[in-house]
Design a binder for this molecule. Structure first.
Ligand SMILES: CC/C=C\C/C=C\C/C=C\C=C\CC(=O)SCCNC(=O)CCNC(=O)[C@H](O)C(C)(C)COP(=O)(O)OP(=O)(O)OC[C@H]1O[C@@H](n2cnc3c(N)ncnc32)[C@H](O)[C@@H]1OP(=O)(O)O
Length: 304
């Protein structure tokens, strides 16, 4: 099943590129299994998330549910990317709210177990799926809002930064940021570019080098998130925020989004294979594997 999903993901890259600037309408036939929208019905087949599209508002809510921490494994990334692709293909959908179904955690970022002790081939396949998820979200024609209802380190922060707008639960126990350097790894250029596009160059420089994780209040101060609300109001605030974006004609908003993001997207598209081989050679180094091992042990010790 997961392999079939991944194959489908690979085939749909061209569809994603067409989706820029409003060319996506009426392309439902591109999929072997077009999704049928029923008001308030869940149409996701994956067990790791639910996707509910309200056809009266055009807003879908994607709730990530991959216990214990929504870490982004190869299969989970593929399911997320395909779920977004299905929404993209659906004329009735104009926006998506991404949130977590797990308590206290939005996403723990990339699944460290996908990067530790794996073959170079598997690491390459994993990295392609990370790229694909980023490309799909960053280039989405939809209005994307992250409703961050828990901690969101590294890849979790990246996922939220691909969205057009971020609302976080105002809970000082949660944190968000690109903390890669703390694991002894390096955020690749397109993580860095997404961060720079979100918070500006100087803040990104400090945040990335120190691998900082911010409290919601501090994340608001630096512009990593746009709004803080009490947790129980998160999804309702996200759907309300969506109304402001829906008030703008879709084509004007989509072309503007494309103009803002296209240079960053093109940079990865033109270096995709090199980026994969850089990742594979970096992550499979003995020294990096040792850092990851230590980090995993510390995570486990923290619990004991
Ligand atoms: C030259 C450059 C070229 C190319 C680029 C090269 C490299 C770039 C490479 C990689 C980029 C990576 C980006 C990432 O996303 S790395 C992942 C970073 N994530 C983290 O650091 C988060 C770690 N986790 C936590 O901080 C916490 O778990 C928490 C705050 C999310 C939740 O805390 P809790 O106390 O609620 O839960 P825990 O007890 O800590 O965890 C439960 C369980 O889950 C396991 N786990 C946690 N996070 C991960 C993860 N990211 N991947 C896999 N597994 C994870 C944790 O170990 C526990 O497992 P056990 O129950 O003990 O088995």
């Amino acid at each position: 099943m997961a392999t079939a999903l991944r194959r489908l993901a690979k085939c749909s890259v061209s569809a994603r590129l067409l989706s820029f600037a409003g060319h996506s309408r009426g392309r439902r036939g591109h999929f072997a299994r077009p999704c049928t929208v029923v008001a308030q019905r869940n149409f996701s087949s994956a067990s790791t998330m639910t996707v509910d599209l309200d056809s009266s508002t055009g807003i879908a809510v994607m709730k990530l549910h991959s216990p214990p921490v929504n870490s982004l494994s190869l299969d989970f990334l593929t399911e997320i990317a395909i779920s977004l692709e299905k929404l993209e293909m659906n004329k009735g959908c104009r926006g998506v709210v991404v949130t977590s179904a797990l308590p206290k955690i939005f996403s723990a970022g990339l699944d460290i177990l996908e990067m530790y002790g794996k073959s170079p081939e598997r690491c390459g396949e994993f990295w392609r799926a990370v790229q694909e998820m980023w490309l799909k979200f960053y280039s989405s024609r939809l209005v994307t809002v992250a409703a961050i209802n828990g901690s969101s380190p590294a890849g979790g922060c990246l996922l939220s930064m691909t969205c057009d707008y971020r609302i976080m639960a105002d809970n000082p126990r949660y944190s968000i940021g690109l903390n890669e350097t703390q694991l002894g790894i390096v955020a690749p250029f397109w993580f860095k570019d997404t961060m720079v596009n979100t918070v500006g160059h100087r803040t990104a420089e400090i945040a990335l080098q120190l691998g900082l994780l911010y409290s919601p209040q501090d994340a608001l101060k630096i512009g990593m998130v746009d709004e803080l609300v009490p947790e129980e109001k998160l999804v309702s605030t996200a759907t309300e925020a969506m109304a402001r974006w829906f008030a703008i004609p879709d084509h004007a908003r989509q072309i503007t989004k494309s103009a803002m993001r296209k240079p960053t997207i093109d940079k990865l598209l033109s270096a995709r294979e090199t980026d994969i081989s850089n990742f594979v050679s970096f992550i499979t180094k003995d020294s990096i594997q040792k850092s990851l091992k230590l980090y995993l042990e510390n995570l486990r010790k923290k619990k004991a």
